[in-house]
Write a new protein. Structure first.
Length: 267
């Protein structure tokens, strides 16, 4: 099972859109896929037609479990289906916003998601985690659990500052994990008609080189239509610009995964 986290400490850069659409393409290729909504705003949960204010159980429940024996039944309890066959959701509720205050520095709570995913090892091929836009217990959990980090960055200059903060956070997590965490920067909401977008994209490529996805995710109004229908764009309009861009991104991520595996085998 492969676990990818989609994160940025700036909101509105396309995290949920990225997670949902990568998941859509993974499922289309026959991969059983789990989406985890770790953002208390619950955008991904709402995307699939669930109300984060109305749900009784969510990822929040996993943090209330006192023993590892209770974790598996808790996971079963909170999993929700989606309209897409092969795609399952662990939803968010607004109560998750209180976790930092509740848990403080309580030992072991940074590994709740990692331990939960170990219990699901044989049930899913891929897990994609949608992170909140701030550093706290939920983002720490995502970064501790994942094997690859995807960093969507809107192609405008304020978003570049948010990326710098996120990479600083990543450095701290890498030191704590005592192991590397591969990441890919994904330019999103790219409008080739504007000079600002072109300049922001060039800055990303100049600063971060091969860490930046070689293509872009364009502005596409169909993303909004797909979210209204609770579907990935790959399901609603597979040949649209946005869907095809995420298909290219997935190919790039899978290729990087294969290269890392080969390097490990040969080392």
């Amino acid at each position: 099972m492969k676990i990818w986290a989609v994160a940025n400490q700036k909101g509105g850069v396309g995290k949920t859109t990225t997670a949902v659409n990568l998941a859509g393409h993974l499922v289309a290729q026959g991969n059983k896929t789990l989406l985890i909504d770790l953002d208390p705003h619950g955008s991904m949960t709402a995307y699939f037609g669930y109300d984060p204010d109305e749900l009784d159980k969510s990822v929040y429940t996993l943090f209330q479990v006192e023993s590892s024996q209770q974790l598996r039944p808790a996971l079963r309890d909170i999993m929700l289906g989606t309209r897409i066959e092969g795609l399952t959701l662990l939803p968010a509720t607004t109560a998750m916003a209180t976790l930092d205050r509740q848990l403080g520095a309580k030992e072991g709570k940074g590994l709740v998601i990692k331990r939960s995913m170990e219990l699901l090892e044989n049930e899913f091929d891929y897990v994609l985690i949608d992170c909140p836009p701030l550093l706290g217990i939920l983002m720490v959990n995502a970064l501790a659990a994942c094997q690859h980090l995807i960093l969507p960055v809107q192609t405008e200059f304020l978003a570049l500052k948010g990326l710098e903060r996120m990479l600083h956070t990543l450095e701290m997590i890498i030191k704590a994990r005592k192991m590397q965490l591969p990441y890919t920067i994904v330019p999103t909401m790219f409008d080739r008609r504007t000079r600002a977008a072109q300049e922001a994209l060039q800055t990303l490529r100049d600063r971060y080189g091969s860490k930046t996805f070689e293509s872009v995710i364009p502005v596409d109004t169909l993303f909004r239509e797909a979210s209204k229908k609770g579907q990935p764009l790959s399901t609603m309009a597979p040949t649209s610009r946005g869907s095809m861009a995420y298909e290219v991104l997935l190919k790039s991520l899978l290729q990087a995964e294969r290269m890392r595996h080969l390097k490990l085998v040969n080392s």
